[in-house]
Design a protein around this ligand. Structure first.
Ligand SMILES: Cc1cc2nc3c(=O)[nH]c(=O)nc-3n(C[C@H](O)[C@H](O)[C@H](O)COP(=O)(O)OP(=O)(O)OC[C@H]3O[C@@H](n4cnc5c(N)ncnc54)[C@H](O)[C@@H]3O)c2cc1C
Length: 489
């Protein structure tokens, strides 16, 4: 036991915890240093008066990626958490009052597609493109670092490579298949899953709506934070040391090799390997190397403005996931990415997990998570006046979309501004997914999981390869662990 190699993970986000667990299962002695008081990072929880809120992720996609983590640890995810598949993934309301529900049942959803498009051919061809891109990504982008030489899988990749489509920008590629302006909005919105604009992201990201539809949208009974709690239990079992309120302010290194970390409180911890799970753009100051992995503000992904409302009454006829689209979605993206201001008329996402899962509320009542995209902009000060003005725009969009008035029912509330996210999780501008996925370079050459200058320094999480969102972060943990096994034996 004494000769075990030592790894320190900076940050107990989902990716940091998964990497720590994978390494400890392979015999490493692992310590996680987390600056916050609880683990989980953006996958966070707020509980009040018997109401339970997930303050970050609200939808699980690609459940097999989660299941694979538990299997790699010699256990079964279902022993720890209960996965609940949603029969209706999202209810959409458009500005002109048109509505539709994205059913998980293919025949039902095809009826809706036919209602908008007149035919289902384009949609099916679009899903086929997504399926091919998924086959290609599974053994390449999702499986290994782009710095690693391609393996035997290349033959399989070539056989599935979509030769004619998927290489322009996302909106153009998607619009080749989908003609209805309503469905185009629905599919454009998927690029916000990676904090990006459909007009600037590459067409290969057509894989995103495919994986959600093919593998379904899922909830975790009791809230998604139960995943974090289960990983904490597993860390205990595997002997991973979790140090909370332990901010790392320095990564100790020589010119060529990492030596450990220094905590803000002054303590020095030595290690053979250091893995950064915080936003990679924060690494430069910690190393004392200018511009190391810096992300210019105009290349940041989106942030978000989130309101949490505990409602006293039950509303069984409302939906678990609801999206109210703005009047002019293109204008909204221009405001978010070009003008870098909070939209006049934001598209609003409402998540009410208590519709499906009554364990999240005390008796009657509902938990309501309301989110609009916001720029990750240091220029905006989210003071009370600015936040209130943005809140009025969000509530106005709900009202215009015919959402029932719930103001008198609120018994508790909280708000997460981009500024609060930035401060809580040490992520510049509150950019949820690090760098945006605009252009092929940002989308596919994300910051590498292994530092090319300093031996023993690695990266994991949404701001590194392959990108943000909970399943991709878990892929990142697998890729980073494999690199450590290969290079640090
Ligand atoms: C509002 C919101 C909604 C979202 N919705 C979804 C969704 O529906 N589905 C989905 O899949 N994903 C969603 N996401 C994205 C998802 O939450 C993230 O991609 C994922 O959780 C990020 O994990 P990570 O490993 O990158 O770590 P992070 O969550 O970024 O955690 C990094 C940790 O490092 C710590 N840290 C940073 N610097 C230091 C330091 N110097 N010393 C010590 N600790 C440090 C931070 O405190 C933090 O705890 C959402 C995120 C947000 C905020």
């Amino acid at each position: 036991m004494k000769n075990r190699k030592k790894a320190i993970v900076i940050g107990a986000g989902l990716g940091g915890m998964a990497t720590a667990l994978r390494l400890s299962a392979q015999g490493w002695a692992v310590t996680i240093c987390e600056r916050g008081a609880t683990p989980g990072g953006k996958m966070n929880r707020w509980s009040t008066q018997g109401y339970t809120f997930d303050t970050g992720p609200s939808l699980i996609t690609m459940p097999d990626v989660f299941e694979e983590l538990y299997q790699a640890l010699g256990t079964d995810m279902r022993e720890y958490v209960e996965l609940m598949q949603l029969t209706h993934q999202v209810n959409y309301t458009f500005d002109d009052g048109t509505t539709c529900s994205q059913s998980a049942s293919l025949p039902e959803w095809l009826n809706t597609v036919r209602r908008f498009e007149g035919t289902t051919e384009g949609f099916m061809a679009y899903m086929e493109l997504g399926a091919r891109l998924h086959e290609v990504s599974k053994s390449t982008f999702f499986a290994r670092s782009p710095m690693e030489p391609p393996g035997k899988e290349t033959v399989h990749v070539l056989a599935n490579m979509p030769l004619r489509r998927g290489w322009g920008h996302y909106h153009k590629e998607m619009s080749h298949y989908i003609k209805s302006p309503y469905l185009r909005r629905i599919y454009d919105r998927y690029m916000t899953y990676v904090g990006s604009s459909p007009h600037q992201s590459p067409g290969t990201l057509c894989v995103v709506p495919y994986v959600e539809y093919a593998q379904g949208g899922w909830h975790i009974r009791g809230g998604l934070y139960n995943i974090i709690q289960s990983l904490e239990t597993l860390m205990d079992k595997h002997g991973v040391e979790l140090r909370l309120n332990a901010e790392v302010d320095r990564i100790a290194h020589t010119a060529k090799k990492v030596e450990g970390v220094r905590l803000a409180a002054g303590e020095r911890l030595d290690a053979d390997v250091v893995i950064m799970n915080g936003d990679v753009s924060m690494t430069g100051p910690m190393l004392g190397i200018d511009k190391h992995r810096e992300c210019p503000p105009d290349e940041r992904s989106l942030s978000g403005l989130v309101f949490l409302f505990a409602l006293k009454n039950r509303h069984p006829d409302w939906s678990h996931h609801q999206v109210c689209f703005s009047r002019d979605y293109d204008h909204e993206f221009r405001q978010l990415f070009d003008e870098r201001c909070f939209p006049d008329d934001p598209t609003v996402y409402v998540n009410m997990p208590s519709i499906t899962d009554r364990s999240m509320t005390p008796g009657d009542g509902e938990v309501m998570f309301v989110m609009a995209n916001a720029p990750a902009n240091d220029r905006i000060s989210w003071d009370a006046a600015h936040t209130e003005a943005a809140r009025q725009r969000v509530l106005n969009r709900l009202k215009v979309s015919g959402f029932p008035d719930f103001a008198d029912e609120i018994v508790a509330s909280d708000v997460w501004t981009p500024e609060r996210m930035a401060q809580t999780y040490a992520m510049p501008g509150g950019a949820i997914y690090g760098r945006n996925s605009h252009g092929k370079k940002n989308a596919f050459m994300r910051p590498l999981n292994k530092d090319m200058k300093i031996k023993g320094l690695y990266y994991v999480g949404g701001s590194t390869h392959p990108g943000g969102g909970t399943p991709t972060v878990l892929m990142s943990a697998r890729i980073t662990t494999n690199l450590i096994q290969k290079y640090e034996k």
